[in-house]
Ligand binder design. Structure first.
Ligand code: EPZ
Length: 422
């Protein structure tokens, strides 16, 4: 397995270009199941999760050409096997996003229950509740969701909890349902809004995507589409924190600042200079000390859970105590034991991490566990004295395109060692 070797202490200068948004590309790839013909996705990031989704679409009977940043999806040979097997779904729980499209298009679907993952149990009860309200008969059989329906019919669905992929699954199901569907208490993430734009291009009528109430008028058939994916706000935020932590002055091109307001506010409060320059964002911290700032994660537009681990590293460098509360997932502090091994002083009490910042970090061999925890360990390595080795970077490769190269291009001493043991 690959590892990334980092020698800390270098400030960062130059330009970083943000790739397309993983969490927008995944549902949009699944939306290709809703129509025939050739759909073209542009600005798709070169990531493991994209390859996994392509493999799943091929298993379902689609022809998929991945030539990042382009992905072309066409009908393969007519016969469709609306099944998503465990061996594919276990690699990426977002595979559950094929459930809505398969049910809407083919009236049946057999999708492995995604199961939990490192950060939590990750149930899909809200997805299933919504599809049943639209007329689906759903059973759970030997670890699989087995669903059948005639043509789905529009319904009113009130989510008990805002769920990003739950909202997306039901939007796609409703896009081919008969009549009008109203989704209430929806996730408001920009990636949900982006899916709405694509479904409208396909011929559905989606109003309100990106707000907490979405109306969808289903169509009888939907057209293929050509769409350029928005930039990845979490990748952008990750590099903004990396510059703030290491120090320096970096222009981040393609950073959707308007989708990062909660993160920008907290970083500015911590003493980081952040300014827009056209469609780019300049992040600068030369010698200003970092200030301790409390953060509580929340659904968009609150502080994103996907930025919690990265921001915690910044607070390890700030003078004094700070509190980081994780409200979305039940177990998203796996980066804490690894940061402690690098010298950080962090106490976890349930959903709250108490960071006593200002202690020097020292390099160590650390283990990546989930996507964003891996990113936080790389950021810590940029600052720690001596050498840090981040192992099992396949976690990182799920959501970050060549992170070690993008950081090296702005002066970091980061190299990938391929196939070196664990
Ligand atoms: C999406 O996951 C993202 N993944 C996650 O990004 C992100 O962390 C998460 O949203 C929260 O913003 C993709 O978009 C592919 P949720 P998702 O359903 O949709 C509970 C990354 O790092 N819930 O919004 O799976 C759930 O347990 C990944 O890129 C139910 O109880 O998250 C959680 O506590 C990690 N029942 C909360 O809702 C359900 O039916 C929010 O989860 C669904 C969710």
């Amino acid at each position: 397995m690959d590892r990334i070797v980092i020698r800390g202490g270098k400030k960062l200068y130059g330009t970083i270009r943000v790739s397309g948004a993983k969490n927008a590309a995944l549902p949009i790839l699944c939306a290709t199941l809703l129509s025939d013909g050739a759909s073209l996705l542009r600005n798709v990031p070169k990531l493991r999760d994209i390859d996994t989704t392509a493999a799943l679409l091929r298993f379902l009977g689609r022809h998929v050409e991945v030539d990042a940043p382009l992905v072309r999806v066409t009908e393969a040979n007519g016969d469709v096997r609306p099944e998503a097997p465990y061996e594919l779904v276990k690699q990426m729980r977002a595979s559950v996003l094929v459930l809505g499209p398969l049910l809407a298009r083919y009236g049946r679907a057999k999708v492995s229950l995604p199961g939990g993952c490192q950060i939590g149990s990750r149930p899909v009860d809200q997805h299933l509740k919504g599809l049943e309200a639209m007329g689906a008969k759903i059973e759970l059989r030997r670890g699989y969701i087995v669903a059948e329906s005639g043509r789905l019919r529009g319904a009113e669905v009130v989510f008990d909890i805002p769920t990003v992929t739950g909202t997306e699954n039901l939007m796609m199901a409703a896009a081919l349902a008969k009549g009008r569907t109203t989704l209430v208490n929806c996730a408001r993430e920009p990636e949900v809004e982006e899916l709405g734009r694509v479904l409208n291009k396909m011929g559905a009528r989606v109003d309100g995507a990106g707000t907490d109430v979405i109306h969808i008028h289903g169509a009888d058939t939907l057209d293929p589409f050509d769409h350029a994916i928005v930039s990845d706000r979490i990748e952008a935020g990750t590099y903004m924190v990396a510059v703030a932590a290491a120090g320096g002055d970096v222009l981040i091109e393609g950073a959707p600042l308007e989708d990062l307001e909660a993160v920008v506010a907290k970083m500015r409060k911590a003493g980081v200079e952040i300014g827009r320059e056209g469609s780019a964002v300049r992040v600068r911290r030369e010698n200003a000390p970092l200030r301790a700032v409390d953060v509580t994660t929340a659904p968009h537009p609150g502080f994103p859970t996907d930025m919690q681990a990265q921001f915690m590293v910044l607070m390890c460098l700030a003078e004094g105590p700070s509190r980081i509360v994780e409200t979305i997932f039940e177990n998203r502090f796996m980066h804490v034991p690894e940061l402690r091994r690098m010298g950080a002083d962090i106490d976890v009490d349930g959903h709250t991490a108490h960071v006593n910042g200002g202690l020097p970090l020292s390099g160590a061999q650390v283990m990546a566990t989930d996507l964003r925890a891996s990113a936080s360990l790389v950021i810590a390595g940029l600052v720690a004295a001596d050498e840090t080795q981040v192992l099992r970077v396949y976690h990182l490769d799920r959501g970050y395109e060549h992170m070690e190269r993008k950081l090296a291009a702005v002066g970091a001493d980061t190299v990938r060692m391929t196939g070196s043991g664990d």
